[in-house]
Design a protein around this ligand. Structure first.
Ligand SMILES: CC(C)(COP(=O)(O)OP(=O)(O)OC[C@H]1O[C@@H](n2cnc3c(N)ncnc32)[C@H](O)[C@@H]1OP(=O)(O)O)[C@@H](O)C(=O)NCCC(=O)NCCS
Length: 309
């Protein structure tokens, strides 16, 4: 096959891109890990196109087959003041290993280099195809994360943790403090993402914040409830105790369901608390960066929708 044609996604492409994400991800994980990542219908995966076009219009690239003009690859990128992040990346299974993802990634790297911004992403530590793709393009891991899941009982978790009474629903009045906390703990800024969750026009987001007794913001945690994505994150907390309190509250917003979330692997006491609630591991991820340095203090909860960190 000659090189695919790389172009921006249009509104008419949404159904094809949703099907591509659905079949590509399910095919890879079913073949390699016996997991079905998207048990939902293919059209429900249009959520990715909708959310990402809301946040970053024109920032989805598709790879078109040079002869059939079918879409055989897609990826989303998210320019922010401090960095550019790369969201979900897919090649069609019939074209795995033919350089489709490499071509898309080359284009995103070119944009990041032009803007002189670091590129960041989260890639599975259990998927050598994606790890190698990014590693060959100059990405290096800066931290590892464990993916956990838990079936939350319909009546909520019958546990408590210190500080849980200091967690409350967030509002737009918290926006500036949330943005400052992320800049302080993770060195990145993504004001429009937090505004988007807090405005919640889709009715699928929930955000909790935690304050110290002196009313200083010490943590924030968002979550999404949709057939194509039921994840807790993004979020940040100054310490593991605050992270546990925020997680408990967000988990109870998913009573009767089985959300997934990621925590840094070095958070020993947090992981022990979560195991004691019945949480189990389902994957491992690396936070990766190209063209800069990344670090965070406290607890950082990445997510895949939107993958803007
Ligand atoms: C991961 C995925 C996007 C890769 O797409 P692809 O189009 O098959 O990838 P490419 O053909 O462009 O290959 C990527 C590079 O990795 C290299 N590579 C693959 N396996 C490798 C290995 N074990 N060691 C070293 N390099 C390897 C390839 O040689 C290629 O580099 P090159 O073109 O410089 O030779 C694809 O498998 C996919 O869509 N998977 C399902 C969804 C998914 O997991 N997405 C990633 C989420 S972060």
């Amino acid at each position: 096959m000659t090189a695919p044609h790389i172009r921006k996604m249009t509104r008419d492409d949404w159904p094809e891109v949703a099907e591509l994400i659905h079949v590509s991800t399910n095919y890879w994980y079913e073949s390699n890990r016996n997991l079905r990542i998207f048990p939902c219908r293919p059209d429900e995966v249009e959520l990715f196109c909708r959310v990402y076009e809301d946040l970053d219009p024109g920032c989805c690239l598709v790879a078109e087959h040079p002869e059939t003009h079918r879409i055989i690859g897609s990826c989303f990128y998210h320019p922010r003041r401090t960095h550019i992040s790369l969201g979900i990346m897919n090649a069609h299974p019939s074209y795995f290993g033919m350089g489709v993802a490499r071509r898309l990634l080359q284009e995103v790297c070119r944009i990041a280099d032009e803007e002189e911004l670091p590129l960041r992403l989260f890639s599975s530590a259990m998927n050598l195809d994606s790890f190698s793709l990014y590693s060959r393009s100059g990405f290096a891991p800066y931290a590892s994360f464990q993916d956990m899941f838990l079936e939350v009982p319909a009546e909520g978790l019958a546990v408590t943790v210190p500080g849980v009474n200091h967690v409350r629903d967030a509002s737009l009045d918290d926006l500036a403090a949330i943005v400052n906390l992320e800049t302080e703990l993770a060195g990145i800024e993504r004001e429009k993402d937090w505004r988007y969750f807090l405005e919640n026009r889709e009715g699928i987001w929930h955000v909790s914040v935690m304050e110290s007794p002196a009313h200083e913001l010490i943590g924030v945690l968002a979550s999404v409830a949709h057939p194509a994505s039921r994840m807790i994150g993004p979020g940040l907390a100054k310490d593991e105790e605050a992270a546990a309190a925020l997680l408990l509250v967000e988990l109870n917003h998913h009573a009767g369901a089985t959300p997934v979330w990621l925590i840094p692997t070095q958070c020993r006491s947090l992981s022990q608390t979560l195991y004691s609630w019945g949480a189990r591991n389902c994957e491992l991820h690396f936070g990766q960066i190209r063209g800069g340095k990344a670090d965070f203090s406290g607890v950082f909860f990445p997510t895949f929708m939107p993958e803007t960190a």
